[in-house]
Write a protein that binds this ligand. Structure first.
Ligand code: GLY
Length: 310
């Protein structure tokens, strides 16, 4: 069954015309992560490769393409975690860098800390030689248009937030049975300056433990944090639930307990995997045993050869 990589690019309401192109980008990134695993790379290498590719794609709400905060600026959050050591790295409210996930990995690899925020994270990025990029290069016309729309009198912020929750993330298991997760986001549309959601919060935006499995989450951050969604799924798996049942139980709890919608990708160390969501849609893909699986709508599950470029 090993290795495997499972990827999401956000849960919410994805306009029909965007679903196809969003799925194509997620499949390409999933293939990239699977190649890393096939070439003997670690689960951590694979998830960072996947999420870096998605951060570099302006279609998704992470890196270039991030939504704008209320001031029309970009603040990004990311987390990585590896299941062998329970080592993790996270950054929040970072500005003017292309790949927050790579910075989160540097926090894990090069510091004795687990989480750096705002200006301190930027200083660390400079010390690590991470290039600073102009903020304009991360802002798409689409993000600016939606920010302006949402400032208009009478705009419904909640509806707008549901329209694009393209947080991106991945989980993987490598040939040695090590699990890892990575999650990255621009947050929610027109969020307050300094607002940090679930993504960089250990146990909410992601968690990885070789004894149980790994999870990356997407959806409404305030709800996800209330139920520590990633850790809740792993709790159900520890109680004997399958990856699929554990994911569904936790998502159902979040829906009934705090009226929160979202989606998750989950693996166990044997390579069982699930991509589940309580929102209308979630763009997801998985690669295992040279087969690519993908879907957007509930119940949709298409398979094709990993070599098929379409
Ligand atoms: N799930 C991303 C956020 O709420 O910030």
């Amino acid at each position: 069954m090993l290795p495997v990589v499972v990827v999401h690019a956000g849960a919410g309401c994805i306009p029909k015309e965007q679903a196809k192109v969003c799925s194509s980008g997620v499949r390409a990134a999933t293939r990239g992560g699977y190649t890393v695993l096939q070439e003997g790379g670690s689960a951590m290498d694979a998830v960072v490769e996947v999420v870096t590719q998605l951060e570099n794609n302006p279609l998704y709400n992470a890196g270039c393409g991030s939504v704008l905060n209320v001031k029309g600026e970009i603040e990004m959050d990311a987390i990585v975690m590896e299941g062998k050591t329970l080592g993790s790295g996270a950054v929040s409210a970072v500005r003017r860098i292309a790949n927050p996930t790579q910075l989160a990995r540097l926090v894990m690899d090069k510091t004795s800390h687990a989480f750096l925020t705002a200006e301190g994270a930027s200083q660390f990025a400079r010390a690590m030689g991470v290039p600073e990029v102009p903020e304009e290069s991360l802002i798409t016309d689409y993000a600016r248009m939606r920010w302006k729309q949402n400032l208009a009198p009478g705009a419904n912020p909640v509806e707008c937030q549901m329209g694009k929750m393209g947080t991106v993330g991945a989980v993987a298991v490598d040939k040695d049975g090590n699990v890892a997760c990575a999650t990255s986001t621009g947050g929610i549309l027109n969020q307050m300056e300094g607002r940090v959601g679930d993504t960089p919060i250990i146990g909410s935006g992601g968690y990885a433990d070789n004894n149980v499995g790994a999870v990356s989450t997407t959806g409404h951050g305030e709800a996800i944090m209330k139920v520590t969604l990633a850790k809740l799924i792993l709790f159900h798996m520890e109680q004997g639930q399958s990856v699929e049942a554990a994911s569904d139980l936790a998502l159902a709890y979040m829906k009934t307990r705090v009226q929160g919608l979202g989606g998750v990708v989950t693996v166990d160390p044997h390579g069982h995997w699930a991509a589940r969501f309580s929102s209308n849609q979630m763009v997801w893909a998985a690669a295992q045993t040279d087969t690519l699986h993908y879907g957007v709508q509930t119940g949709e599950h298409v398979t094709q050869s990993i070599d098929n470029p379409h």
